[in-house]
Design a protein around this ligand. Structure first.
Ligand code: PEP
Ligand code: MN
Length: 291
């Protein structure tokens, strides 16, 4: 097993540099999650709660976000929490509730897989598997995910460089799974005004460096409900292929990440904002707006 890995690596070296499989190609890749194309002409919006809490909560959210325009449902069943005393997720019960809500609302679902031993059960229930920011360099997990046929949503580690992020994606491609979507979700910087710092330039940069689709998570990047809509719009303006946002029926009662969760109404506004033109530009001959 280990030897096969090494031999394949040697075969990949050469003209395309040290990250040959993720490197830019003539055509960008589209990753299909069931019938949803990520990386195609249109930006996609994935929405749902941070954590799956109950049948009612996840199903109600699925129908609400779909009605506003989301094409995929998110919801965590295995939660990576900073404190061991915080809610850790409903586990398999959460996976079942998420699957059921996705089926009822007819939407593909994405959820995080935290450990190698859970890959099979999560892949049995979800259409796309998320590698959380804290696990971006869990190489054993990446290698295992490379062997599944499910598309992978690979979050950028909070302290990872762009190159380390692409190298993590390279692990998954190299191991046999080409369906990787990258997700910028904010990094750690000196500034603690927000939960993280949204590295919007990295999105434009990574779009230049790789053929893989790139999406943005303005919820974890900011931690602040009131600015998530603008950041989602900025993400699309800079070239992202979509956004993933946290939405909860009653954010004040959320079991995790309530402060950054949008209400259904907030989410409808975000969707409307994404469709509106960004702003006219003042020129010597007047205000220019996109056609
Ligand atoms: C999440 O999506 O709920 C999550 C925990 O994200 P991240 O790994 O980016 O912190
Ligand atoms: Mn969250």
């Amino acid at each position: 097993m280990h030897d096969t890995w090494a031999i394949k690596k040697n075969n990949n070296g050469g003209a395309k540099g040290d990250l040959p499989l993720t490197a830019k190609t003539a055509e960008n890749s589209i990753v299909w999650v069931r019938d949803v194309p990520i990386g195609g002409v249109a930006a996609v919006v994935i929405a749902g709660p941070c954590s799956v809490e109950s049948r009612e909560q996840i199903t109600e959210t699925a129908f609400a976000v779909k009605a506003s325009g989301a094409v995929m449902l998110r919801g965590g069943a295995y939660k990576p929490r900073t404190s061991p005393y915080d809610f850790q997720g409903l586990g398999v019960d959460g996976l079942k509730l998420l699957r059921n809500a996705g089926d009822e609302a007819d939407m593909p679902v994405v959820t995080e897989v935290m450990s190698e031993e859970d890959v099979e059960i999560v892949a049995d229930h979800a259409d796309m598997l998320q590698v959380g920011a804290r696990n971006m360099q869990n190489f054993a997990l990446l290698k295992k995910l490379a062997k599944t046929r499910r598309p992978i949503l690979l979050k950028r580690g909070p302290s990872a460089t762009v190159k380390e992020w692409l190298a993590a994606a390279e692990y998954i491609l190299h191991g046999g799974n080409e369906n990787v979507v990258l997700c910028e979700r904010g990094i750690k910087t000196f500034d603690n005004s927000l939960r993280n710092t949204l590295d919007i330039a990295a999105v434009a940069l990574v779009k230049e460096m790789t053929h893989l689709p790139v999406i943005v998570d303005p919820s974890h990047a900011t931690g602040k409900r009131s600015i998530i809509g603008q950041c989602a719009k900025a993400a699309i303006a800079v070239g992202a292929d979509g956004v993933i946002v946290e939405v909860h029926p009653r954010p004040d009662e959320a079991w995790s990440d309530g402060a950054q969760s949008l209400t259904f109404e907030n989410f409808a506004e975000l969707m409307a904002g994404m469709r509106a033109p960004i702003r006219g530009v003042l020129t010597p001959s007047g205000i220019a707006v996109a056609a």
